[in-house]
Design a binder for this molecule. Structure first.
Ligand code: BYC
Length: 329
């Protein structure tokens, strides 16, 4: 199965009929499996989206991973190591889900390293203090879980299955992050200030996590038409605000947006629009840590080359060995 073969679907004289049947299946709430017929654009969109998500998990392991040697206690270190391993595992699950659509993993890795495919804006910022590690584990994982719980009800079965598993682990990460935040805000003034200062720096990137406002979103309409993205970027952002702003306030922390409030008349949160020019620069490779993150990934990729080559040659040997014909005494 290759992507190319499916691109030919446009020449199919029965394309319109097949599209109607495909859309009827989605309207009935059925999930699409890899071998089912699908429009080439559905396949292309899913590959783009899942690949971007997988890249984000892989690059997302780096800001927290950097802090493993500096964790303040042995228990914190163990929990952080486990979380970072989970994030890399999520990347594996997601690259596997994208592979079911016919794109080889090698190509996806290459596109991550040469900047052709994107990864989440939030990981293009530095984790400056231990409080950043706590904010990432609490609020970035919280944003991720809001997004993933919505996407897990989407139409492509392998992506939904991967997300379901990821959500279990992210739910634990949130608890780990929240517990670190509570410890710090109920500690010394210096610890509390560190959390506030980290929140000040991360707030805008977190608001941007859900993507540009609906009026600037390029793909939402197509993804919604085919049931991949059940809620828009702004709807996802609103859900995040409803769930987490009260918790942040309850801890006595200030959110660095003087306009943030729930408007009863409008029935939604009102906030200062993040600077979307900055967002687009960051996701196009010009964030404070964009180049460094990719350089670290490239180093890891090169250092792991011998492992891949050894496994490939082993696989070749196993596959080319003749079947045993009988038992040799
Ligand atoms: N960052 O038309 P739009 C984690 C791009 S890791 C970067 O609205 P769409 C964790 C978008 O790709 C999990 N790029 O797009 C790990 C598009 O560009 P292209 C992270 C973004 O797809 C370690 C353009 O902007 N989660 O949780 O309809 C430690 C126009 O946007 C972003 C995911 O990756 C962004 N924030 O919807 C801790 C979620 N937003 O492709 C935690 C998976 C938009 O045309 N992704 N862009 O070049 C999605 O659900 C969707 O892609 C979005 C955007 C909701 C983000």
């Amino acid at each position: 199965m290759t992507v190319q073969r499916y691109e030919e679907a446009y020449d199919d004289p029965h394309y319109e009929e097949k599209l109607a049947e495909f859309e009827a299946r989605i309207a009935r709430g059925e999930k699409i499996e890899p071998d089912d017929w699908m429009p080439p654009e559905y396949r292309r969109q899913l590959i783009r989206l899942i690949q971007q998500h997988a890249n984000s998990e892989l690059i997302g392991a780096l800001p927290e991973g950097t802090w493993i040697p500096y964790a303040p206690t042995f228990k914190r270190k163990m929990a952080l190591v486990a979380k970072v391993q989970d994030e890399v595992g999520h990347a594996q699950l997601l690259y596997r889900a994208a592979e079911t659509l016919g794109k080889p993993r090698e190509q996806m890795v290459e596109e991550l390293l040469n900047g052709k495919s994107k990864w989440s804006n939030v990981f293009a910022y530095p984790a400056e203090t231990w409080a950043d590690v706590a904010i990432i584990a609490w609020l970035i994982d919280a944003a991720a879980i809001i997004n993933q719980t919505i996407m897990a009800t989407g139409s492509y079965a392998p992506y939904c299955r991967a997300l379901k598993r990821i959500i279990y682990e992210e739910s634990f990460h949130i608890k780990h992050g929240y517990e670190m935040i509570v410890t710090m805000v109920s500690g010394t003034k210096r610890q509390r200030d560190m959390v506030q200062e980290a929140l000040n720096r991360w707030w805008e990137p977190i608001m941007m996590f859900f993507g540009p406002p609906d009026k600037l979103s390029v793909h939402t309409r197509t993804l919604q038409r085919w049931g991949v993205k059940p809620k828009t970027n702004d709807e996802q952002r609103q859900e995040f605000l409803s769930k987490y702003v009260p918790q942040i306030w309850e801890l006595g922390l200030e959110i660095p947006d003087p306009n943030l409030r729930y408007d009863e008349n409008l029935g939604r949160w009102v906030y200062t629009e993040p600077d979307w020019d900055i967002f687009f620069r960051v996701i196009n490779g010009d964030g404070p840590m964009s180049k460094e993150r990719i350089a670290v990934r490239r180093l890891a990729y090169e250092e792991g080359r011998w492992v891949r080559e050894a496994l490939e040659s082993l696989a070749k040997r196993v596959l080319t060995q003749p079947e045993p014909t009988g038992i040799v005494a």
